[in-house]
Design a protein around this ligand. Sequence first.
Ligand code: IPE
Ligand code: IPE
Ligand code: MG
Ligand code: MG
Ligand code: MG
Length: 289
Amino acid sequence: MLDRQDRIEKTLNALLPAAELAPARLHAAMRYAVLGGGKRVRPLLAYGAGELSGADPQRVDRAAAAVEMIHAYSLVHDDLPCMDDDVLRRGKPTVHLEFDEATALLVGDSLHSLAFQVISEQSMADNAQHQVEMIEFLARACGSRGMAGGQAIDLEATGKTLAVTELEFMHVHKTGALIRASVALGARCGDAMSQAQFKELDRFGKFIGLAFQVVDDVLDAQSSTATLGKTAGKDAKNNKPTYVSALGLEGARKFAAELRDDALRALDALPQNGGQLRPLADFIVLRRF
Ligand code: IPE
Ligand code: IPE
Ligand code: MG
Ligand code: MG
Ligand code: MG
């Protein structure tokens, strides 16, 4: 994991515009939002999936960087006063505080575009159709039927109680979709997987994507600001419906453990028994930050 975290850091550093390049303030803010923080779970999933499909690691670097750029953009916007109104992210002041709100909006816009540029400007797969599919997966995952749509549901649901099925719909969209796409993009960089295996891998992505947000809800309620690098207890303070408010801490933890079992079962049919995706699934569910 450490090797790959180092690899993604270097890749992101190389792909982001230099801070001196005009418009310098925007580029500095983009680099502030992306570099030097975060667990890099989405890139790690892309690398894990890429390995199973025999992908060229340099292609997976770009896929991993693209999903992390979309993720970082979603965090910058999620923290804005008009959304969750947060002051701390990855242990640093949020982008709109360190810079300003308009810059934070533009950081999101720019990272969104750069992500697609990065997976379009070079060959990403031996099969050109697979590269087009990657672009489509990512577009779907971050649009109104994916992350942005999930965020819209989240804002609408604030102050309300959601049924567990509605909560699942929200989480699968706001967080699950991009995680699922991270796995799919990594896999599509290589050609060694059958369509049936790809389907199982996608099932893994779906389960682990939902599990990720369930655990995020648990940690918000249970952990500390110092450990998380973001303000703990914000969901209750903002009156957000979460798996903790719906099922209680124990119930939410138990649900996350069930999703991990489902995710691991989906890996059984894959090359190398799922390889690094197995310990990654454990990390996602058992993590403390
Ligand atoms: C936090 O994501 C926001 C969610 C989608 C739950 P991460 O927990 O992956 O945040 P970083 O990237 O490690 O900071
Ligand atoms: C964030 O969910 C989901 C996206 C950024 C798309 P949260 O609002 O729970 O994320 P944190 O807890 O602020 O990281
Ligand atoms: Mg939010
Ligand atoms: Mg938030
Ligand atoms: Mg949260």
